[in-house]
Ligand binder design. Sequence first.
Ligand SMILES: [Zn+2]
Length: 154
Amino acid sequence: MGQNQRESRVYRHRECGEETLVDGMDFTYVSHIFYHPKQTFCASCDDYFPIQEFEWADTGECITDWYARYAVKFKGLNRILADELFVYGVIILGILVGGGIGFFVGNAWGIWGGIGGMIAGVIVVGFVGFVVGVMIKESVCRRLLGTEDFRSLL
Ligand SMILES: [Zn+2]
C-alpha cells in the first residue's frame, strides 16, 4: 500500500542490545502476526533466541506484543477469513467443484472427454478459488489493519 510499504526492518535483541536487519522472506516470516516463528536470529550473538527476547528497533515494542496488538483485531469470522488455511480451503473447494463439473460435462463425449473436462475444471476453477480466496483474505486485512501487508504495520 504505497508509501509505508517496507522491505526490511531492524530488531534488537534485548539480551545483548544489538540490532539485526531482517529482510526478504525472513521479514515476511517474522512479520506474520498469526503464524510467526518461535525463534529468530541475532546477528551479533550469531544464534537463534526466543522471539519474545526481541523488540523492533524503531518503536522499542516487544515483537510478541506487536503480534498480539494486531492479531486481537481479528475476531470470529474475520479471523477465519484472514487465515491462509481459508485460502487453501477455497482452492480445494474450487478443485473439487471444478473437477466434478468438468468431468460431468466432458463425460458426454466419453471417458476421455470426462478426464479432459475434469483436468480443465480443476485448473480453471481451482485458480478462480485461489484468486477469490486471496481477495477475501486481503479485503479483511485491509478493513481491519488498513493494509494486507503485515510487514508495513508499525
Ligand atoms: Zn544478541
